[in-house]
Write a protein that binds this ligand. Sequence first.
Ligand SMILES: [Zn+2]
Ligand SMILES: [Zn+2]
Length: 341
Amino acid sequence: MSTYRVAQVAAAGGSFEIVEREVQQPGPGHVRVAVDACGICHSDAVFVNAELPGVRFPLVPGHEIAGRIEELGEGARDKGWQAGDRVAVGWFGGSCGHCTPCRQGDFIVCENLKVPGWSYDGGYAEEVIAPADALARIPDALAAPDAAPLACAGVTTYNGLRRSSARAGDLVAVLGIGGLGHLGVKYAAAMGFETVAIARGAAKADFAKQLGAHHYIDSTADTPVADALRSLGGAKVVLATAASSDAITATVEGLAPRGELVVIGADADPLGISPTQLLMSGKIVRGHPSGTAQDVQETMAFSALHGIRPMTEIVPLDQAAEAYQRMLSGAARFRMVLTTR
Ligand SMILES: [Zn+2]
Ligand SMILES: [Zn+2]
């Protein structure tokens, strides 16, 4: 029996260790994927620290997976896949097919959503076994380390924007230009929005413009963020990628009437929004949950078409512990990606 390596955490809050495991055959409807690259997402920490129910240890996180199908379980070939196909698996790691949202065709809000690194071992590994319905086909133009982050960070920002009420020409602000936000700015500009980047400090203005932003707002400046947005006409949509409830709250008064705050950055603190801020002007606040495998595939296709790539720091799987710490510290520029070869 051949073996493969994983980077696992033995207990909640523990550190990463490299462990050898025996290669398993994929079960019915599943495929085994040889992992080429896996992005490190901030939400991996939720699993490592067992902050959600049902997390089991030892844990192999990783839901930004890019690789090649190595072996197909019974029935997986009938779903259109073959050995050698280049595939990505993201936050959407499969749905149950029988809950009410699934029966309504809204798979990403499946009540039993399978997330790699939570429901089954994730992509900090040389091999992953995933359900065939979680697979997104990677276009030839995208290398694995570029495709991997698009399966979570990419699809979340891309879908968050295209499922919003903004239309071409509308003023759209992206709060935060880190792992999620730098992609959000690129997508917003490519979708034809008048794009505002909001981040901390004047020094990031040039970088924001390089990403394609038409305007930059320094959230540490004397002028409040909301005033700065209103002076640009008010935002039709704010895509909030920053993991700061205070920073997210500070944008609400900068929304145009009927404007929409789309929340994708996670912070444990409540948002400080009063009903009166929403009522008179008909504003909307909503969360946005990533996207299905088909959404991931469309995100990758759009990225290939427009030459959009994530900015990454590529690190071998052996250094998963260091790479994970670098993500946690906020020092990553801008997505840490583990590679196996
Ligand atoms: Zn993620
Ligand atoms: Zn379901």
